[in-house]
Structure formats: structure tokens, C-alpha cells
Design a protein. Structure first.
Ligand SMILES: [Zn+2]
Length: 252
């Protein structure tokens, strides 16, 4: 009999490898189901241990012997898993554009600082022009820092980091989610600029990693011409966004 430590919020449980015994070993134990991996890609089977699952986000083996899928749900919704998801998301954001170059640690640190400041400005609705003041301020405040000395990201570079790298990454991640789950889509005329009309397209979906319904911006949905505000023109714009991103209609 092997004892498995379950650190998924439950007490230690005895897990028996054989089911041909007469007492505790004969009790029914829930086994891992392959469908769980489709529902939660981070949940995978543990070889030769059917009553356990591994979470690749937490790099942890947990027991599913007691309540099966409910054990997995409890882990996914747990505080530790949620925290690890946030850590992973931030790390992926910084490393997925080829920004991270281990050949020059200082350059990596400077780039990381520039990216984090760009995200900070956007998250707090601070005008990007504010970035013009940051480079000289950092140098003045931290004269002994090589990172501050090499930090150069005014409004132009900050804009490029946001539009050229971060926005693309965020959109790719969102489109991937839309391809694998159900979602709703909405739009509303936002602004007119000459004959161009902006119709921000947002989607509402269930984020499996955070177990929450979230609303995300998908595209600006620009329409043009004298018919820019017509429903048929706006529909064509939405249709084009879905086609361009290969988003299936059946899940919308
Ligand atoms: Zn986990």
C-alpha cells in the first residue's frame, strides 16, 4: 500500500494500487479521465497512477480518488493554482517575443523594465507621453543603477512595445481561447473620424484558468464610407475579424 500526500487542500489519503482486497482497497476510487485534459489543458495523467492527476502549472501531483472531477475543480479554483497562473502569464508575456536574451543579462533587465513600465502605464490609464519623463527621472533617481543608465523608452518606443509586441501577444492568446470555448460578442459605435467609424468589438468568455467570466477587447472593427454606421456594414466588419482570425462561428 502506498501513501500519497495530497496537498490540494485535503488531508492525506491512502491510495491502494490493487483493487482485489477485501476492506479499504475494495472501495471504489475515482480514476483520472482523459476528458479532463481537454477541459483543463494543464491537467494531465500520472503514469501508472490512475487515481492521481498532475497539474503542469503548479508542477504538482494531486489525488482524484475521492471525488474525481470535483477534486480537479477544487485544485483549479484554489488560491495556489490561481497565483501560479498569474505568475506563468506574466513570465510568458516577457519571454514570448524574443525579448529575453540570456547572452546579455543587463540588456534583459533593461528590456524587462521597459516592458513592465509600458504595461503599468496602460493598466493605470496613464498617458503614454508620461514615458518621456521616466528615462531622465530614473537616471536622476538611481545614478548607481546600470539598468536606469540604459533605460531608454519614451512615448514612441513605449507605443511600439505595446502595439507591436504586447497587443499582438494578448490578441493571439485571446483568439486561441475563442477557438476552444464558447463566447458572446458585442459591439457599439464608439467614435467617428471623417468617414471612418470605430466599432470596438468585445467578447465575453469563461476563462478556464481563473474560473471567471471575463470581457476582452478583440478588435476596433473600423468601418468606412457613407454606410459606415449601417448594421450590414458593421456585421461585415465583425465577420471579417472572425474570418481573419479563423474564429469558428459555431462557438459564438
Ligand atoms: Zn495547479
Amino acid at each position: 500500500m502506498a501513501e500519497t500526500s495530497s496537498d490540494c487542500g485535503r488531508k492525506k489519503a491512502k491510495v491502494d494500487g490493487s483493487l482485489d482486497g477485501s476492506s479499504a482497497a475494495a472501495r471504489f476510487k475515482s480514476k483520472f479521465q482523459p476528458s479532463w485534459s481537454k477541459k483543463w489543458p494543464c491537467i494531465i495523467a500520472v503514469p501508472r497512477s490512475p487515481t492521481e492527476f498532475r497539474c503542469t502549472v503548479c508542477d504538482k501531483v494531486c489525488s482524484c480518488a475521492h471525488q474525481g472531477e470535483s477534486d480537479v475543480t477544487r485544485h483549479i479554483q484554489g488560491e495556489k493554482h490561481q497565483k501560479n497562473v498569474r505568475v506563468r502569464t506574466n513570465a510568458a508575456l516577457l519571454s514570448s517575443f524574443g525579448f529575453i536574451s540570456t547572452s546579455d543579462p543587463l540588456k534583459d533587465k533593461v528590456t524587462t523594465a521597459e516592458i513592465k513600465v509600458a504595461i503599468l502605464l496602460v493598466e493605470n490609464n496613464i498617458p503614454l507621453a508620461f514615458a518621456d519623463k521616466l528615462s531622465p527621472t530614473f537616471k536622476e533617481l538611481f545614478p548607481d543603477s546600470n539598468i536606469a543608465k540604459n533605460y531608454h523608452s519614451a512615448r514612441m518606443k513605449t507605443t511600439c512595445i505595446l502595439n507591436g509586441a504586447i497587443a499582438r501577444h494578448v490578441k493571439q492568446t485571446l483568439v486561441k481561447q475563442l477557438k476552444s470555448g464558447v463566447f458572446s460578442m458585442s459591439t457599439d459605435g464608439s467614435n467617428d473620424k471623417d468617414l471612418d467609424k470605430m466599432n470596438p468589438i468585445t467578447v465575453k468568455l469563461f476563462d478556464i484558468n481563473t474560473s471567471r467570466a471575463v470581457t476582452r477587447f478583440l478588435d476596433m472593427g473600423v468601418t468606412q464610407g457613407v454606410d459606415a454606421a449601417k448594421a450590414s456594414t458593421i456585421f461585415e466588419a465583425i465577420d471579417e475579424v472572425m474570418t481573419d482570425n479563423s474564429i469558428p462561428r459555431k462557438t459564438a
